[in-house]
Design a protein around this ligand. Structure first.
Ligand code: WQD
Length: 341
């Protein structure tokens, strides 16, 4: 298929493009390089030799992306481009709604102008909010708390209406749990700007010495060891979920939603222990207060994705932590100061 990928230079985008090209798809990428790197795309080229065109453009630039879509004529779009930091979204709500919601509307206009009727959307498990029961299934009530989560719920709603408005359209909303890990080559991985918000990139920087210790946000949760539990999913498994979703979108119509996780939760202490094992020393930690907005536990029921898309996660905790360390130790400053930069 011809697949237009927005945000293709980012963490999940690059891993997905590698899987797409490996499966024989043709790819056109749109990225404004706000949180993605051209070096990452050079590395993608080095890992695969499939057809890939790259356009530096903002998804909100409807005229520009319409021309790109009309030239490329995609069979489907995978829409990653967006802002994703929960905390930051409470400080900059207008920016979050503009990039995430207005950006998606702009993309849909470009798709309509190029007769593309299939979209796979990067949504998030954060849409569920405080759990009423666990694991979350797709029927769990939606209670977004942050502007970030609200923006994702809004786009899911727009896509539901868009898919219903015309025969033959398909919109798949993939609700990701906690993506971690890196490509086994160690050439691409997560490269956050500034101080990492998320557990795994933070731990990786403690391991290289860039940060002195991990601060554990609370050990008084009602969980097996008192620290927060999350459903971490290897980014390569997540990338493969998008490839499976393309086939599903070609075989169905209307809007669908899928949880994308493993079904297995690990605590902060368990992640810290696993990472320390891989690095070969006990990484320093300090227990601090809970972080506002965190829930005690999240885990996914992913049976729907298995039944309808034939996809399930295959990589486990060791693959996740080993691949992160493999990437981070080879690229202690991420893409900065490497290759062309
Ligand atoms: C995991 C656990 C923290 C950092 C967020 C977004 C979600 C998705 C993924 C979206 C929690 C603890 C963390 C640290 C810690 N992103 N922690 N010290 O909050 O589950 O999910 O990222 O696109 O939408 O909400 O992920 O990695 O930040 O935290 O103790 O320095 O690690 O309290 O229990 P989270 P996370």
């Amino acid at each position: 298929m011809r697949v237009l990928v927005t945000g293709g230079a980012g963490y999940i985008g690059t891993h997905t493009v590698v899987e797409l090209l490996g499966q024989g798809h043709e790819v056109a990428i749109i990225d404004n390089f706000d949180n993605g790197s051209p070096v990452a795309l050079d590395r993608v080229r080095e890992l695969t030799n499939g057809p890939m065109e790259v356009h530096e453009a903002d998804v909100r630039d409807t005229g520009r992306i319409t021309r790109i879509a009309q030239d490329f004529r995609p069979d489907a779009v995978i829409h990653f481009a967006g802002l994703k930091a929960v905390g930051e979204s409470t400080q900059k709500p207008v920016e979050y709604y503009d990039v995430n919601v207005a950006g998606s509307l702009s993309l849909l206009r470009a798709m309509e102008a190029s007769d593309c009727g299939r979209i796979i959307f990067s949504s998030t498990a954060t849409v569920y909010g405080e759990p009423e029961y666990l694991p979350y299934d797709e029927a769990h009530p939606i209670r977004p708390i942050s502007p970030y989560a609200h923006s994702k719920v809004m786009v899911e709603q727009v896509l539901n209406d868009w898919a219903a408005a015309s025969d033959g359209r398909a919109a798949l909303n993939l609700r990701y749990f906690n993506p971690v890990g890196a490509h086994p080559s160690g050439r691409i991985g997560e490269d956050p700007n500034g101080v990492p918000n998320n557990l795994m990139p933070f731990l990786a920087q403690v391991a290289t010495g860039a940060r002195d210790r991990l601060r554990v946000f609370g050990e008084d949760y009602d969980t097996r060891d008192g620290t927060g539990i999350r459903d971490y999913i290897h980014v390569v498994d997540l990338a493969r979920a998008h490839v499976a979703a393309l086939d599903r979108a070609a075989a169905t119509s209307g809007a669908e939603v899928y949880n994308i996780g493993t079904g297995q939760g690990y605590s902060v202490r368990e992640m810290h222990a696993a990472f320390s094992r891989v690095v070969g020393r006990d990484l320093p930690i300090e227990i601090v207060a809970r972080r506002a907005g965190d829930v005690a536990e999240m885990s996914a029921d992913c049976s729907l994705a298995r039944e309808r898309m034939g996809w399930q996660a295959r990589l486990g905790l060791d693959d996740m932590v080993e691949s992160v360390w493999n990437w981070q130790s080879a690229n202690p400053h991420g893409y900065r100061g490497s290759d062309a930069e």
